[in-house]
Design a protein around this ligand. Structure first.
Ligand code: SAH
Length: 386
């Protein structure tokens, strides 16, 4: 049976401490709220919700829209979450929804901010998230930040205290720690976040790393998949492909990250369309295409949400995600496969790399045929034809 994309794209009403909210597959924590967020909401007393301008950076379907803040901005990097926020928009009369990381927000533009730094995205990203949050707040503005003690919370709290000037630990439960960070900058703080423009931020080492992979000079924003290096699976996929055979073909790269697969295919003369759920991956991929003067269309897209339903390609490539936090989730990879099938020409092929242990073969049953192209001690490359 082909997994249906209709299922993947379905919005579900889920319960939250602030009322019911639309969420969907692909949103972190689905079919529940992320534990960090549940904890945050259980701790915040009503006055904390009465902000003038709340920025919700939790990437959780726009739950801030259910708060009593006078105005709410839902900013985030996940397209799946932002789509839900659009669906939840009617819950607040003064709402702004946009793709942005914390450091891409207007400086001094809000008085309250919620942030769940993605410690699964590495130290550089958490630092950047915190620094951007400090910059986005007005003086005396407050950021509520939840981190876990097993994911470096205490270390990050030290950094946060330096960036904001004041830190209070206001809740602890099951390893989760809720900090109230108040922006109290004075001359003693060597890092004064207001002095950075957005471009400066991107140029900071911790924001956009420059590195070389497969002979190409590349950049990737902090926290983008495999930023700063070449993923072993992606490398294995590229060495398994007859890249020259893609010349002149239209190719779709699902989950492009900073663009490794897309760039190599475009260099070989393919017309490449790339998409990713992560806004920072999209920006990184666009920057890399521009740097190498390659014409790649890059969409910020929740699986195929940015494509026309009947748009088709000669080939599809992907290195599907299988981790979302610590969970192994198959919803998104199966949606990648279903999207590949939907957007392939009849006779076209999809090639993926996966951890050897992952049971993708079962999901290829409805295809015209499939085979294993290569196998290593860690990975396998599968190809299937429509
Ligand atoms: N192709 C890149 C990245 C592979 S990792 C490379 O080879 O380096 C998988 C990518 O899928 C990540 O960049 C992740 O952000 C993206 N992704 C995860 N969920 C997604 C979704 N729902 N829609 C589109 N992309 C998604």
């Amino acid at each position: 049976m082909m997994p249906t994309l209709a299922n993947y794209h379905h919005y579900h009403s889920i319960a939250s401490p602030l009322g019911s909210l639309y969420s969907k597959q692909g949103v972190k924590g689905f079919p529940r709220l992320q534990p960090a967020l549940t904890f945050l909401l259980s701790q915040l007393k009503t006055p904390s919700l009465q902000a003038e301008q709340l920025v919700d950076l939790s990437d959780s379907g726009g739950i801030g829209l259910l708060s009593s803040a006078q105005a709410v901005t839902v900013a985030g990097t996940s397209r799946a979450s932002l789509r839900c926020a659009e669906k939840n928009r009617s819950q607040h009369e003064n709402a702004t929804i946009k793709a942005a990381a914390s450091w891409q927000l207007e400086p001094a533009s809000c008085d309250v901010l919620w942030l769940l730094p993605g410690s699964d995205k590495g130290t550089a990203r958490v630092r950047a998230d915190l620094q951007g949050a400090a910059r986005a707040l007005q003086k005396d503005g407050v950021a509520y930040v939840v981190m876990h003690k097993d994911q470096g919370a205490k270390r990050y709290e030290k950094i946060a205290k330096e960036l904001f000037g004041m830190l209070e630990l206001i809740g602890k439960e099951a390893g989760w720690r809720l900090c109230k960070l108040t922006k109290r900058l004075d001359d003693h703080h060597s890092l004064s976040p207001e002095t950075f423009t957005a471009q400066d931020f991107m140029a900071q080492d911790f924001m956009a790393q420059t590195f070389v992979a497969r002979g190409l000079e590349l950049q990737a924003a902090a926290g983008v998949f495999a930023a700063g290096k070449l993923d072993k699976g992606s490398d294995f996929l590229l060495t398994s492909l007859d890249i020259a055979s893609y010349q002149g073909k239209s190719v779709l790269d699902i989950g492009c990250g900073y663009g490794m697969l897309s760039l190599e295919l475009a260099r070989a003369g393919a017309q490449v369309t790339a998409l990713d759920d992560d806004w920072l991956a999209v920006e990184s991929c666009r920057a890399n295409a521009a740097r190498h003067q390659l014409d790649i269309r890059v969409h910020h897209s929740d699986v195929n949400s940015a494509l026309d339903a009947n748009e088709t390609f000669d080939a599809v490539v992907m290195n599907p995600p299988f981790h979302l936090g610590k969970q192994v989730l198959f919803d998104v990879p199966l949606a990648f496969l279903a999207a590949a099938y939907q957007h392939l020409e009849v006779g076209g092929h999809m090639t993926l790399v996966a951890n050897r242990a992952l049971p993708y073969e079962a999901a290829l049953a409805g295809w015209a045929k499939w085979c294993e192209l290569e196998r290593s001690s860690a990975f396998k490359v599968l190809r299937a034809w429509r």
